[in-house]
Write a protein that binds this ligand. Structure first.
Ligand SMILES: NC(=O)C1=CN([C@@H]2O[C@H](COP(=O)(O)OP(=O)(O)OC[C@H]3O[C@@H](n4cnc5c(N)ncnc54)[C@H](O)[C@@H]3O)[C@@H](O)[C@H]2O)C=CC1
Ligand SMILES: O=C(O)C(=O)Cc1ccc(O)cc1
Length: 331
């Protein structure tokens, strides 16, 4: 892969920022990598790990002369960082982010940038429950989706620069509006995390079951929930506070469907339970089959880890339409 930019500045060298730095180095996507983090301990680790040519706590110094600046801090901090760096950006520099929520980030960043800089929001749909500079790895984005939500009329060359970076990191790029992104991610990522936090909290509060029993008998499903519930508290607090409307919309539907399931159990309606479980099994098999399809399509790629172009697959993300319920209105 050839260089995408001369100089990339990454603000926030945690799981995502350090993975971008490692990938940019491994795949030769930037001549110079600048790491910026407000935490001196993180900057020290970045230096020890050799993740960047320059590492600094000073965002003003860090973004100077950068062609591409990627904001990799928690969603609630992105606006303040944009405000701090905006007057110091090189004219023509492209700004992007990796936040898990898009509409609130666009609203927080856009007012600070001048016409000389284009903001191209991005969200790599890839991660783990770990945080910090030691948790990143170069192949994190390989064969995973990255959603761009460029504003209408955004400069094409700026969008292309960000698209090229993500393709260079091995991601498959999809474009949509920030509002649609937030609705889709509310049901596919945000509500599932909330359910995990909740079920682990419920288990921890049980009086008839001891903590040691919860740990001892954590088999299967509950164990998977504990992995997700170990995700970073600051990051997830910010996600729920900034994607409030979409999360509440999806939670409303979830609660309705859960009530219907409770009723089916109470009244011994095995047919309703069996029908749902059969449908959900089909969905899981579809997801697995699609994963294999993508992996097979990528098998013959020239360089391990990166697809050669953008792949559009409408079926890969659910078509979220508001206004209908699985059980129908009023059921
Ligand atoms: N963790 C995950 O699985 C994924 C996270 N994201 C998004 O990526 C972003 C970063 O998440 P992670 O890398 O997981 O977080 P992290 O907690 O591993 O790293 C965040 C870094 O940002 C730094 N930071 C915080 N505020 C700052 C500020 N004002 N100025 C400079 N540095 C600051 C922290 O010191 C820390 O080093 C978030 O917006 C999150 O929504 C997106 C996809 C997946
Ligand atoms: O670890 C997991 O299961 C995740 O779901 C990771 C993740 C967290 C946040 C995102 O915006 C995207 C991916």
């Amino acid at each position: 892969m050839s260089e995408v930019v001369e100089r990339i500045a990454i603000v926030g060298l945690g799981l995502i920022g350090s993975s971008i730095a490692r990938g940019a180095r491994t795949y030769g996507l930037a001549r110079t990598i600048v790491a910026i983090d407000r935490d001196p301990a993180v900057i020290e680790r970045v230096r020890a790990l050799g993740l960047a040519e320059t590492a600094t706590c000073d965002p003003v110094e860090g973004v100077r002369d950068a062609d591409l600046v990627i904001l990799c801090v928690p969603v609630g901090a992105i606006g303040a960082v944009a405000e701090a760096i905006a007057p110091h950006l090189k004219p023509g520099a492209v700004v992007s982010d990796v936040g898990s929520v898009k509409a609130a980030v666009v609203a927080a960043v856009a007012p600070h940038l001048s016409d000389a800089n284009t903001f191209v929001p991005a969200h790599p749909v890839a991660g783990t429950e770990y945080s910090g500079p030691d948790s990143g790895f170069a192949t994190l984005f390989s064969n995973r989706w990255c959603i761009l939500t460029p504003p209408e009329g955004a400069e094409a060359s700026a969008v292309e620069r960000v698209r090229s970076l993500w393709q260079g990191l091995g991601a498959i790029v999809e474009t949509m509006t920030p509002e649609h992104h937030d609705l889709v991610l509310a049901i596919t990522s945000h509500v599932p995390h909330l359910i995990a936090y909740n079920i682990v909290g419920t288990a921890a509060d049980l009086e008839e079951v001891t903590q040691s029993e919860v740990i001892k008998f954590s088999a299967g499903g509950f164990r998977d929930f504990t992995r997700i519930a170990a995700s970073d508290p600051t990051m997830w607090r910010d996600i729920f506070l900034t994607n409030r409307d979409a999360v509440l919309e999806m939670l409303g539907r979830f609660n309705e469907d859960l009530s219907a399931l409770s009723r089916a159990i109470r009244w011994g309606d095995g047919e309703a339970l069996h029908e749902l479980f059969t449908r959900t099994r089909t969905i899981r098999r579809g997801i697995v089959a699609m994963g294999q399809e993508t992996a097979e399509a990528d098998f013959g790629r020239a360089r391990g880890g990166a697809p050669s172009g953008s792949v559009r697959s409408e079926s890969a993300l659910p078509d979220v339409a508001v206004g209908t319920s699985r059980h129908g209105a009023g059921s």
